[in-house]
Design a protein around this ligand. Structure first.
Ligand SMILES: [Zn+2]
Ligand SMILES: [Zn+2]
Ligand SMILES: [Zn+2]
Ligand SMILES: [Zn+2]
Length: 479
């Protein structure tokens, strides 16, 4: 018996789509909450717990936690009835996330999931086995082979030897996870877990994507970031990684993780690559960019400024830049998994005043890290100071309509509102609305539970302050 779920991306074929139009909505084939977030979010719907210990535990394995009985029953029917005994078998140990995700797939395939198909184009369906597995690439990849060997041992204990597929099947499943998984994110785009989507895996990558994926719980929605004429699903490109990186870094990362060499327009933009590695000209106050090619020896003269075309006679700039850039990379490496304010600030201090160009990626990324760290520490003034100056760079590297720009504007607007600077707040929030309305749509919780209430609040407070001024006996003096 085969179950075909029609997700019908092709319903748009030949039509004109506007930015913000939905291209695909899909449920995961399997998904998993990150082990590090266990107890903080519901394992079924990914809703945040009202407080630690407030979720209800599965009484058998005591591992899975849910909002309520409804989520528990749905999770049980979906997959947990098959995995609960596995979790119990190896208690108090818990398998790593990748092993649990693989186990869910193995269980699902054994229970009819192998016949589950999603119709993406008319008459063309995708089953789990149709996902790319990069079999030979993964076979040659030492790091991944070692990971798979370790996973096989864990899975043998977890599933029991009778349920464990043969080595070739295991590698096929592992390969499909490696190249097809999505990181499921929350409203702020922080990772919550991992999901494998049948129809959702149809999209190719571009470093200049024309579509964007958002999540509401584990439900995936892909929207157009720009208009399409004569829509065809084969034209849709999403980005598999953070595009606020250099072409060199992206090419390396895409090859390492997905085994392909990106050839998108974003990877053929020498102007942008030069800007990303530039210092401020500074000749007679010129703010133009001067490209520093890090491959050249420190003694090599500088190229002319892109803006004023003059060439600086300075012979120390290149060496100074190379040393600062090396230091900044170390600081960024330390901020890879978690942002630290002091570490980001050390990097920015080393860049000096008006030396690294505002579009230099090492500056942009450190400012981004400093903004996020300041927000998490509740240091609002620093967050504004770093965040506001970085907006033009975010617009350049992500693109005007990218949701990351909208989310940053939303955060800045929220801080401004908290600091009672309602006029500024409203400006940032309105700009955020223009972007998030397209990337998330006006029914997404980010829009309805965060953005909309903040805009209403900003407007109300603004009116209240204005009225206060009118009613004030000192009104004429104030003006
Ligand atoms: Zn729930
Ligand atoms: Zn259980
Ligand atoms: Zn590319
Ligand atoms: Zn210049």
């Amino acid at each position: 018996m085969s179950a075909i779920v029609s997700v019908n991306v092709d319903k748009n074929k030949g039509r004109s789509l506007s930015a913000g139009d939905v291209i695909l909505t899909a449920e995961p084939f399997v998904y998993l909450l990150s082990g590090s977030l266990k107890g903080l979010y519901c394992d079924y719907c990914f809703k945040k717990s009202e407080g630690y210990g407030r979720l209800q535990r599965c009484s058998r394995c005591k591992s899975e936690r849910y909002c309520n009985r409804v989520c528990q029953v749905k999770a049980w029917q979906l997959i947990h009835k098959h995995e609960c005994s596995c979790i119990k078998r190896i208690l108090p140990k818990t398998p790593p996330d990748t092993a649990r995700l693989m186990a869910k797939i193995i269980i699902k395939l054994k229970n009819g999931g192998d016949q589950l198909a999603e119709e993406v184009r008319y008459g063309k369906t995708r089953k789990f086995k149709d996902l790319m597995n990069h079999y030979s690439d993964i076979k040659k990849d030492r790091a991944r082979q070692e990971q798979l060997e370790a996973l096989t041992v864990v899975l043998g204990n977890y599933l029991g030897p009778d349920t464990l597929p043969n080595t070739a099947d295991l590698q096929g499943i592992f390969g499909r996870i490696c190249v097809n998984s999505f990181s499921i994110t929350d409203l702020d785009h922080n990772g919550l877990g991992t999901g494998v989507y049948l129809a959702g895996s149809v999209f190719d990558h571009s470093c200049r994507p024309n579509a964007f994926v958002t999540f509401n719980g584990p439900t995936l929605t892909c929207r157009a970031l720009q208009p399409f004429t004569d829509f065809d699903i084969s034209k849709v490109r999403i980005s598999y990684l953070d595009v606020m990186t250099s072409t060199e870094e992206r090419v390396k990362e895409l090859q390492r993780r997905y085994y392909f060499t990106c050839d998108c327009p974003g990877c053929h933009d020498p102007q942008r690559d030069k800007l990303a590695s530039s210092v401020v000209c500074g000749l007679e106050g010129c703010d133009g960019p001067v490209y520093i090619d890090e491959q050249l020896p420190p003694s090599e003269p500088l190229p002319p400024c892109t803006k004023c075309s003059r060439q600086s006679p300075d012979t120390h700039t290149r060496a100074k830049y190379l040393s600062a850039a090396g230091y900044c990379r170390e600081q960024l490496e330390e901020c890879k998994d978690q942002y630290f304010l002091d570490i980001a600030q050390h990097g920015l201090d080393r860049q000096g005043n008006n030396f690294f160009h505002p579009m230099n990626l090492l500056r942009v990324r450190l400012l981004d890290a400093a903004t996020e760290a300041a927000i998490s520490l509740g240091n609002w003034n620093l967050a504004l100071q770093y965040g506001i100056q970085n907006i033009p760079a975010l617009r350049l590297y992500y693109g005007e309509r990218h949701p990351n720009v909208g989310i940053t504007l939303l955060k800045l607007g929220k801080i401004k509102l908290y600091l009672q600077e309602q006029k500024d707040a409203l400006q940032y929030l309105t700009e955020a609305e223009g972007i998030l309305n397209t990337s998330h749509g006006n029914t997404h919780p980010l829009y309805t539970t965060q953005l909309e209430p903040l805009i209403t609040q900003a407007k109300q407070e603004l009116t209240a302050t204005q009225n206060k001024h009118y009613n004030s006996p000192h009104f004429s003096l104030v003006r």
